[in-house]
Design a protein around this ligand. Structure first.
Ligand SMILES: *Cc1c(COP(=O)(O)O)cnc(C)c1O
Length: 399
């Protein structure tokens, strides 16, 4: 690939140019090599998040010189990466998290998958990794799910978790963009986040720890955002809290809950019933697909005010003390919603009545999204996969 094209690719992310100059791999070039030794699938009631991968993965390699190679679906095996690969030194990595469901009509569907594809392309731009055609990647992922369709749990409680990943693999030290890259996708069955009903969590809100900052990368799903949070999470656990409430700045802005977006349902200072989540403009917030979907639903219901607005600890604590905070919850693909009943902030415990009303909003969102996921409520957000892969497999076998 010529330098000019490459520059055009990179500037596409910077200038949001609508000119389609990107070269990409194509789904109709997909090659499929099936395993001879399929694994035994785990029982649905023993699924642990992230512990199981299916038999196959999708892999596409890129080099500056030759561009994208043909995408391949092949048995899952350890990757061979040079010890000098950029990803191993400078965390040149990004990922996505999404799910596929076995719906009540027997079809397998994904939830708003193009949202994840677009977010992945944005993360790639910020990471100086090459651009690709997001619709082609989605087609390849659908093929992978079709190949491993028996791994999509036969259960309305479980689902198939999908983890697209993109790494810089150039075997050369030096903090520069990687002229080699590997995009791969693994999938695996996951169980319900709350196996025994919704359980509220406690949060540690300690302003000495910061997850993201203006001009940083908190709004991209880059691996480098997450490693530094693990020890803070461990500190929270020692204090009896299940998650971290990430604060930012001198006025202790409330930003996110662990790896979930934050929602507060309260009576605001003007006496209005309002659902609030922090805005995306600051770059502190990961633009969650669940966040977007809950905002879409709430605006459609049109029963209370819905705002994307900054929340500070001072205004929040005041509202708690005045009895105006009805519910606090996190939102993300793993749990859909996660109720919060306690926040530990500067030595004080704030108690929240999120779960007190059995008809609480958190529960309503959970049920609504779940009904959509499993197609009990048919919705355009659900995208079917083409389950018949015989043609693609035949095409490859003939080669
Ligand atoms: C992934 C993620 C979310 C949730 O995004 P979804 O698309 O709803 O799963 C929220 N915050 C952070 C920091 C995340 O990494």
């Amino acid at each position: 690939m010529g330098l000019l094209v490459r520059v055009a690719q990179r500037s596409r992310h910077m200038t949001f140019s609508s000119v389609r100059l990107i070269s990409s791999f194509r789904a109709d070039e997909l090659q499929i090599r099936l395993t001879n030794t399929p694994s035994v699938k785990p029982d649905n009631d023993k699924l642990k998040f992230g512990a199981h991968t299916s038999d196959h993965l999708l892999e596409v390699d890129w080099t500056e010189k030759h561009g994208w190679s043909a995408p391949v679906i092949r048995p899952v095996e350890p990757l061979r990466i040079h010890p000098a690969a950029k990803v191993l030194h400078y965390a040149c990595e990004l990922f996505e998290g999404m799910k596929a469901y076995r719906c009540v009509d027997g079809k397998i569907r994904m939830f708003r998958p193009m949202e994840n594809m677009e977010r992945m392309a944005a993360s790639a731009g910020r990471s100086a990794l090459p651009a690709f055609d997001t619709t082609e990647l989605l087609k390849c992922i659908k093929k992978l799910i079709a190949v491993d369709q028996e791994w999509v749990p036969y259960s309305e409680k479980c689902s198939l978790y999908i983890r697209p990943t993109f790494i810089g693999t150039e075997p050369a030290l030096g903090v520069t963009y990687s002229n080699e890259a590997k995009l791969f996708v693994i999938v695996g069955p996951v169980g319900p986040y709350f196996p025994t009903g919704m359980k509220p969590v406690g949060l540690l809100a300690d302003p000495q720890y910061v997850r993201a900052w203006p001009g940083g990368c908190g709004n991209f799903k880059m691996g480098s955002n997450y490693a530094p949070t693990v020890s803070v999470q461990a500190t929270a656990a020692k204090l009896g809290c299940q998650q971290v409430l990430w604060l930012y700045g001198d006025d202790h802005e409330m930003t996110e809950v662990g790896t979930m977006n934050l929602f507060v349902y309260w009576i605001n200072e003007q006496g209005e019933e309002e659902l609030v989540t922090p805005p995306l403009e600051s770059g502190l917030i990961l633009p969650g697909v669940t966040r977007k979907s809950l905002l879409n639903l709430a605006r459609e219901w049109n029963e209370f005010k819905v705002s994307e607005q900054t929340l500070t600890m001072a205004t929040f604590v005041k509202a708690v003390n005045e009895g105006r905070v009805k519910e606090v919850f996190g939102a993300g693909t793993a749990c859909i919603v996660c109720p919060v009943n306690r926040i530990l902030y500067q030595g004080e415990e704030l108690h929240l009545r999120t779960m007190d009303d059995p008809e609480h909003l958190t529960q309503r969102f959970y049920k609504e999204i779940n009904d959509i996921h499993f197609y009990r409520k048919p919705h355009e957000w659900m995208e079917p996969i083409e389950e018949d892969v015989s043609e693609a497999v035949r095409k490859f076998s003939a080669q």
